[in-house]
Write a protein that binds this ligand. Sequence first.
Ligand code: GLA
Length: 345
Amino acid sequence: MGWNSWNIFAADIDEVKIKEIADAMVSTGMRDAGYKYLNLDDNWMRPYRENGRLVGDPDRFPGGITALADYVHGKGLKLGIYGCRGTATCMNVPESGSQGYEQVDADTWASWGIDYLKLDSCNAQLDLREQYELMRDCLLNTNRPIVYSICCWYFVGEWMIDAGNLWRTTSDIQDNFDVITRIIDSNADLWPHAGPGHWNDPDMLEVGNGNCTYEEYKAHFSMWCIMAAPLIAGNDIRNMTRETLDILLNEEAIAIDQDPAGIQGQRIRDDRDHEVWVKPLGSENETEKAVALFNRGAGSAPMAVDWSEIGLSGSANVRDIWEHQDLGSYSASFSATVPSHGIFL
Ligand code: GLA
């Protein structure tokens, strides 16, 4: 869990802004809710290397990245950084790619106190697997624990599970409900590959960026939790509405996402726009389950789940994770009216 600069700021990042984000991660309660990684995305580096090494852009990060890492660590947070396996990043910052500099860059990041690396895949000609495995080995050589996030937009093979801690499974997210649902579809069938230490990554959150409705953002966040996805916020957390805070800080939804068993939920029913998803909690056979009734359609709809579909029998207690309310005991099934583009969790 954490925050990343790309979805809201894209290229426009600097030290002042990032320190304010670090402050906000603490003051809003995000850090304490579990959002620990503050991740710089593309364009933190100056164009062209200095003596073969990457350096922070001196205009936008005059204090240097080590000082920034110290600041971030001082807040009880961890600092993530962005790199690229090719010759330049996806924004084409000259000489910013790690190809041919893998160990130098890993050592540089470790010496700065970096805790997380997102390694992108632009301007790359060499073998994808070899390059990602090489950087894994270079990170291990530093002896610093660094989360390794592979960003090549697709799950391309089982080797990724041994190479990375997470890997992007889709093209870039946008603050748009159609794109979000397309991303859910791309990520859904990859559930067998997810588990503690190795996660499918359907990309960073768009919650709070303004282009979707409250119901849509609730559905987006709930689905990331059902899919045990990394929760990397992507909004300007210095200015959040009550609704955005209620979503990002919903402890019960977060607990579903972070359940120690780390099972990625599955779509068990797909009636066109009306889907039922289930994520076992605790272990595959526990009788506590997270269930989502997800309405992708244009109108509100009555939706139901039978206990037999989710491996339960007899009666079960139901809790509404958005209303934070126990709804009592239900025998055999549960139904609710779910708003358009909305979810019952
Ligand atoms: C790619 C990645 C994005 C972002 C940009 C930065 O498109 O998929 O998440 O990191 O590069 O240029």
